[in-house]
Design a protein around this ligand. Structure first.
Ligand code: UD1
Length: 429
């Protein structure tokens, strides 16, 4: 199993190309199930989760072709052509779903197109129990009959789905995406209320519109979908938006090392809440013609952060912010309002000398003068990224085990960081 070794202490200077967004790419790939024409997606990141989704779609009968790499002067994004001419299999098996929770995103498109779908229940995960009840209740609103059998969710709608008003009691990114995809092939109008407003949902909705779907309210918390049961969508060519979470992570890498980097391709409008907090901590963030520049003094100030649905501060940057605050002057209260138990990084950061205590849904970070390198364990994707950040500034060597978590969401992280002067390497064992 690979490990990452980091020798801390170098300020990051240079440019980092930001990849396409994993969390936008996954639902966009699932949208290929809504058409029997080719959906060509470009700027896909090279990530383990993308391969997992490709394998799952292939299992359902989607032919997937590589169309070469994009070369925009920087590292490459992949272009895939997805063609769901016919659906071979409406079951998403346990072995594929357990590798990635986002596999649940095939449920809505499959039941809408085929009138039935069987998807293994995604289990719990390191960041909490993460149920799928909101996905299921919403599909029931569209007329699907849902049952649970031997660890599988079965959804049936032999006469097709029908448009309806769906009011989510809690904001859910995945459930909004699932129901949006189902609603475009449901008969008549649907209204999705209290929809998540994450940019990844707008990316999905815009692609669906290019495929011929009628959707209004994109970007707001109420989406109207005018569905059609009798014809599938068209194909299209669509470029996946830039990854705001990857950009935020590298912004914090620059900040924790007192560095100065340009995040090529990053968009300030997708990162406002993060930029506000970084600025309050003393980081200088500005828009440039090619992306976003981030520069920081050697010491930052502690700032309090609460995670919220978009446009609030993203939960996917909470662990990285905790690492950043661990060497800032003063204290920072980091409150996690989206997921229970998303503090798995705290004991690992503590092994490196961070002073962090968890009180319910908050952690209190008291900045220390220095972190010290140590062997640590990656527990989930974003927790791993926080350990990389801590390693960049710690004295001596940090060894990060279970690197496969990082590979799910960060493309060639060691190359991107070493290109800016970090001493970081992947070691196969
Ligand atoms: C997506 C992102 C993930 C991010 C999260 C929140 C992808 C592939 N993943 O995950 O990186 O951290 O949004 O921004 O895009 N919930 C329920 N019942 C449900 C669904 C969700 O109770 O049926 C709860 C969850 O446990 C959580 C909250 O709702 O507490 C938000 O989860 P949700 O927005 O659904 O996250 P994901 O779509 O799984």
């Amino acid at each position: 199993m690979d490990k990452i070794r980091i020798r801390g202490g170098n300020s990051l200077i240079g440019e980092i190309q930001i990849s396409g967004a994993k969390n936008a790419a996954l639902p966009l790939m699932a949208a290929s199930l809504l058409t029997d024409k080719p959906l060509v997606l470009s700027n896909l990141p090279h990530l383990a989760d993308i391969s997992t989704m490709a394998n799952l779609l292939n299992h359902h009968g989607v032919s997937i072709g590589m169309q070469g790499d994009d070369t925009n002067g920087g590292p490459t994004g992949r272009t895939l052509s997805l063609l769901a001419g016919g659906i071979k299999n409406t079951t998403a098996p346990y072995d594929l779903v357990r590798q990635m929770r986002a596999s649940i995103l095939v449920l809505g498109p499959l039941v809408a197109r085929e009138g039935r779908a069987r998807v293994s229940m995604p289990g719990g995960c390191a960041i909490g129990s993460r149920p799928v009840d909101l996905h299921l209740r919403a599909l029931e609103e569209l007329g699907a009959e849902i049952s649970l059998d031997a660890g599988y969710v079965e959804a049936r709608a032999p006469k097709g789905l029908r448009g309806s008003r769906v009011i989510f009691p809690t904001v859910s990114v995945g459930a909004t995406e699932n129901i949006l995809m189902a609603a475009v092939l449901a008969e008549g109008k649907s209204e999705i209320c209290n929809a998540a407003r994450e940019p990844e949902i707008s990316d999905l909705a815009c692609c669906l519109v290019e495929m011929g779907a009628q959707i209004t309210g994109i970007g707001s918390d109420t989406l109207q979908v005018y569905g059609c049961r009798t014809s599938l969508l068209n194909g299209t060519n669509y470029s996946v938006e830039v990854d705001r979470i990857e950009a935020g992570t590298y912004a914090m890498a620059a900040a924790i090392t007192g560095g100065n980097i340009i995040l090529k391709g990053a968009q300030v409008n997708l990162m406002e809440a993060v930029i506000n907090k970084l600025s309050a901590a003393g980081v200088c963030v500005s828009e440039t013609s090619i992306g976003v520049r981030v520069s920081a003094p050697s010491r930052l100030k502690g700032v309090d952060v609460t995670t919220e649905p978009y446009p609030g501060f993203p939960t996917d940057l909470q662990a990285q912010m905790t690492a950043l605050m661990s060497t800032a002057d003063g204290a920072a209260m980091i409150t996690e309002s989206i997921f229970e138990n998303r503090f798995m990084h705290v004991p690992e950061l503590a092994r490196m000398g961070a002073d962090v205590t968890v009180h319910g849904a908050s952690s209190l970070v008291r900045g220390v003068k220095k972190l010290a390198g140590a062997p640590v364990m990656a527990t989930d994707l974003r927790a791993s990224a926080s350990l990389v950040l801590a390693g960049l500034v710690a004295d001596g060597d940090t060894w990060i085990n279970r690197v496969y978590h990082i590979d799910r969401g960060y493309e060639r992280i060691e190359e991107k960081l070493s290109g800016c002067g970090a001493e970081i390497e992947r070691v196969s064992s």
